[in-house]
Design a protein around this ligand. Structure first.
Ligand code: ASP
Ligand code: MG
Length: 428
């Protein structure tokens, strides 16, 4: 039996109207078996992060206040969706929040990441319970599936690595057979479980990846990620007018774009789909009939439109050995070891005989720490508030467009991609 996978992110279930819209999209596809992956509602994951913070700080008042706030947020949505306040969903949501309050009484948590996953995952648990109950109330033969019993990961809390063999077996044993009774199975994005049965999460924005996991492990026909944009665009509409939709692109191209930072789909989502050649659609939940983007195996339609991707708030470091030794493999591995210790994720790097430069996300890096880690053997210089612009399938007009009124500090070009580190030009 083949099914379709749908994924709805936080924005697509941010309030009661949004949930109704999800239900209407599900209705439009009533003829298919649907596996539906859903994120936490609206900004719930951020709110849950603040709840764990209060929990670990042992600030009971703040903790209870924040839990109440989130419970009220969900109850308000319930009141608009279910006029009958005796509907069992009210009780189900209360049970989840009571369990969360109980967590405060447990011994002081030792492992923050573990605690994080047990708490933050509840956002997805609650949202899927609500959406499933609403679909049922609308006459859909829908069932709730617990991703904490389907997606098996290792014990790396907050960044669980999927055990594909085990997960595939679990989907085959526990998930697919339920389509004999249900047309729709609703489950949580972002969450998984360890072999011992503890909850894990897959990393922020991980629900797209969950859709990829479900599709791979269920041999789905296709996946649709429903978004508030019309598809994959050639630039982020937050920064640019006149964006162009990419109608068809290859898996390869989608991985490249995601790698450089295009934020439409989570980078890990593509690989499982590519492995089984399961096409991915990115569509608008505002205009569900519109075409959207299809990501598939064929590379025939790539290379047409220049795409550009911005990373803001970048810091460029350059290291020069104090003894003026050339940068050979030995110093390079020493530099990498120090960067690893500083937890620096490198966005771009470049070297000359005496100089090694790296670009990192400004907010993720502690300049003082880097200086401290390097100063015994290297001169360290750095430059903050830069932008990294990546242009796939670049052409001269696009380069000019994105570098207008900017100084270029570094540029790297391959056949398909050019990357520029730029800084706003200060005009006197
Ligand atoms: N709710 C999670 C987050 O906001 C996962 C997701 O939405 O993709 O990061
Ligand atoms: Mg999201």
């Amino acid at each position: 039996m083949r099914m379709k996978v749908f994924k709805f992110g936080g924005a697509s279930v941010k309030d009661a109207d949004a949930v109704r819209n999800v239900a209407s999209i599900v209705h439009m596809h009533a003829g298919h078996k649907l596996g539906v992956v859903i994120s936490a509602m609206g900004k719930t994951t951020d709110a849950m992060e603040l709840i764990v913070e209060a929990l670990c700080k042992r600030d009971e008042l703040l903790f209870m206040e924040r839990v109440d706030e989130r419970e009220q947020f969900h109850k308000e949505i319930l009141r608009q969706l279910f006029t009958d306040t005796n509907h069992s969903i009210y009780r189900e949501v209360e049970v989840e929040f009571s369990a969360l309050r109980e967590m405060f009484k447990a011994p002081i948590p030792e492992n923050f990441d573990f605690e994080y996953d047990q708490v933050v995952s509840l956002g997805e648990v609650v949202s899927t319970r609500i959406v499933n109950a609403y679909l049922q109330s609308e006459g859909v033969k829908s069932g709730w599936a617990d991703a904490r019993k389907l997606v098996r990961t290792d014990n790396k809390y907050r960044e669980g690595e999927v055990d594909w063999n085990r997960t595939e077996a679990l989907f085959q044993e526990r998930f697919l057979p339920r389509f004999e009774e249900c047309n729709v199975l609703v489950t949580q994005g972002f969450v998984g479980h360890t072999a011992e049965g503890f909850t894990t999460t897959l990393g922020r924005e991980g629900s797209d990846f969950s859709a990829g996991i479900m599709a791979y492990c269920s041999n789905a026909n296709d996946v649709t990620i429903w978004k508030d944009v019309p598809g994959m665009l050639n630039a982020d509409p937050k920064w640019f007018d006149n964006t162009i939709k990419l109608d068809r692109i290859s898996f390869r191209e989608a991985i490249e774009l995601a790698y450089y930072g295009a934020s439409v789909i989570h980078p890990k989502t593509i690989k499982p789909l590519q492995n089984k050649e399961i096409p991915l659609y990115v569509k608008s939940f505002v205009e569900p009939e519109a075409e959207g983007t299809i990501v598939h195996s064929s590379t025939l339609s790539d290379n047409l439109i220049p795409s550009f991707i911005f990373k803001m708030n970048q810091t460029l470091f350059s290291f020069t050995p104090k003894d003026f030794s050339f940068l050979v493999e030995k110093n390079l591995s020493d530099i990498f070891a120090r960067l690893d210790e500083a937890n620096a994720k490198i966005n771009i790097m470049q070297n000359s005989a005496l100089n090694f430069s790296i670009l990192v996300d400004g907010e993720k890096i502690d300049v003082e720490r880097i200086k401290a880690l390097f100063h015994d053997s290297y001169h360290v210089k750095y430059n903050e508030n830069l932008e990294l612009v990546t242009i796939r399938h670049y052409d001269q007009p696009t380069i000019e467009r994105v570098t207008r009124d900017k100084d270029i500090l570094l540029q790297q070009t391959t056949r398909e991609t050019t990357r520029l580190v730029v800084k706003d030009r200060i005009t006197l």
